[in-house]
Design a protein around this ligand. Sequence first.
Ligand SMILES: [Zn+2]
Length: 168
Amino acid sequence: MPRPEKERLVNTPPLFNSFKPTGFVKSGLKQIVISLDEYEAIRLADYIGFDHSEAAETMGISRSTFTRLIEKSRKKLSAFMIEGAELVIEGGNVHFQDNIIRCLDCEHMFKTGIDKTFDECPSCGSANLIDMAGGYGHGRCCINPAGHGRGRQGNNGNGNRHGRGGRN
Ligand SMILES: [Zn+2]
């Protein structure tokens, strides 16, 4: 039987998910898509400076998987810079460990547990909030007991998929 791919751990949703060269209209550009796990690989190894085994462990994947992941990601980033394209971050079989909520009224952004929900901005009281993880299709299926710890024990592919938006 086919082994379902294990979810890769991503610390928090990216704050920005679309980039393009200045002075070009979006419609004239090709699109390069970086998946959320590819984004996390770049963040851990190149932005923070983890070595590959630390980064692999942080994401709950093997070192060789991590190496393939970051090579793919770097290739795309270099193509973005050299060829010019619209760069979009989306997709990937991932689990966010924490969420980021953004207030559309005061631009306050705060990190919170993936299982928490907020009705109003702690800074200005507005209800105009964006759930960043939700925006990446990370649905309520994650609001779910113990299973999702800091997890290498991970989930065992029992159909707990993201983005379906089910209530439970
Ligand atoms: Zn606010």
